[in-house]
Design a binder for this molecule. Structure first.
Ligand code: AMP
Length: 373
């Protein structure tokens, strides 16, 4: 997994062609409804600008092929509102939107760029060559670039002109920060895992981890969801969650993930009972309640004993475990039991390879003196 990444490139004064995933949910008028994916791309975008690069951004949006005979619907898939939104996030940065992907007008706009500026190309899927991975389109895109950066994490698996084809015509191609993060965390072992492969995801926010979860669903045999993010899934299934952590924007995502898991035949396990508390504190009154039984003034802060048993059964039968995010508020002794028991089970299982990622999870394991195992 020896991959060149964006932070190893010399970008000053260079034309940097970057494929991002701006395929965002839209309002009916085409404006941005959920900016998660734009936010996710900002780290690489800001880096190129800070390094003095000239940034040319490209993305697909929706499925133009499906509405190609309806001019009004097609117009809603132009990237103008997204370029405008991006400009709003990058106060003071000059963002120019062009109406094509390649050709003389685009080349002229790129030639006029100064360091620290952005040109946003039109929806890549407006060009029929994109999904066909057409070499002519790929070469024309490459003409715009000194270096190419791949950061459209949701699309990197597709061999399209803007994601794969173009790389054959640009000398230097690298992964952006989103892609790099994924490679760093999961790359090696997940290329050829010993099965059963079980992923355990916990921690606070669903939205933070959407891309990771979607990706894991294509790989794992079992996906275990615990921690704060589990309550958004329970809410999505219609259960009462009291004062537990809820990621409102994540409810729809959770529904989609539940459906995807079913479609892909992945066993998805959620807590069946919870340790709930009347306060976010180690001195809180606590009790164990079943699914959907969290009182309105209580919040779930750790998995319950039945859940632990259920999770451990899967974990003990696994050959590979990927774990990111504590299954409870492990910083407080009262709610550390689930996380600690999982760490212990992994440490004591000689057959399992475990990849534990994320600062909090690694910290928890170190705290229990199990890191070397
Ligand atoms: P993340 O950065 O998303 O991996 O979240 C890690 C944080 O999630 C840790 O500080 C945990 O205390 C917190 N966490 C885990 N479970 C819960 C929960 N049930 N309610 C609130 N926070 C939680």
């Amino acid at each position: 997994m020896n991959k060149l990444s964006i932070d190893a490139l010399d970008l000053a004064g260079k034309r940097v062609l970057m494929r991002v995933d701006f395929n965002v949910p839209q309002h009916e008028d085409g404006t941005v409804r959920d900016d998660t994916r734009i936010q996710a791309a900002l780290k690489s975008i800001r880096y190129v600008l800070d390094q003095g690069g000239k940034l040319i951004l490209m993305s697909h949006l929706g499925r133009p092929k499906k509405v190609k005979d309806d001019a009004a619907k097609l117009a809603l898939l132009k990237l103008d509102p997204i370029a405008e939104y991006l400009a709003g996030l990058l106060d003071g940065v000059k963002v120019t939107k062009v109406d094509d992907i390649v050709g003389a007008d685009v080349e002229a706009a790129v030639a006029a760029m100064k360091a620290g500026e952005i040109v946003v190309l039109e929806n890549t899927r407006f060009n029929e060559g994109e999904e066909k991975n057409d070499p002519e389109l790929s070469a024309a895109l490459a003409k715009l670039a000194d270096v190419y950066v791949s950061d459209a994490f949701g699309t990197v698996h597709r061999a399209h002109a803007s994601t794969e084809g173009v790389c054959h015509y640009v000398d230097q191609c690298a992964a952006g920060f989103l892609v790099k993060k994924e490679l760093d965390y999961f790359g090696g072992v997940l290329n050829a895992p010993d099965r059963p492969l079980v992923a355990i995801l916990g921690g606070a926010k669903v939205s933070d981890k959407i891309l990771v979860i979607e990706n894991l669903l294509s790989l794992v045999d079992t996906l275990i969801i615990g921690g704060g993010m589990a309550y958004t899934f329970m809410k999505a299934q219609g259960h009462e969650i009291g004062k537990s952590l809820l990621d409102e924007a994540g409810i729809e995502v959770a529904k989609k993930i539940l459906a995807m898991a079913e479609e892909k035949g992945v066993k998805l396990l959620l807590p069946v009972d919870n340790i709930v508390a009347d306060d976010f504190s180690n001195d809180a009154n606590t009790m164990v309640v079943g699914l959907g039984e969290i009182p309105a003034d209580y919040e779930g802060l750790d998995i319950g004993p039945k859940t632990l048993e259920l999770f451990l059964k899967e974990i003990n039968a696994a050959s590979t475990v990927v774990w990111n995010g504590p299954v409870g508020v492990f910083e407080m002794e009262k709610f550390a039991g689930g996380t600690k028991a999982i760490a212990q089970a992994l440490a004591e299982n000689p057959k399992v390879t475990s990849i534990i990622g994320g600062g909090d999870t690694a910290a928890a394991v170190a705290q229990y003196g199990l890191a070397d195992k």
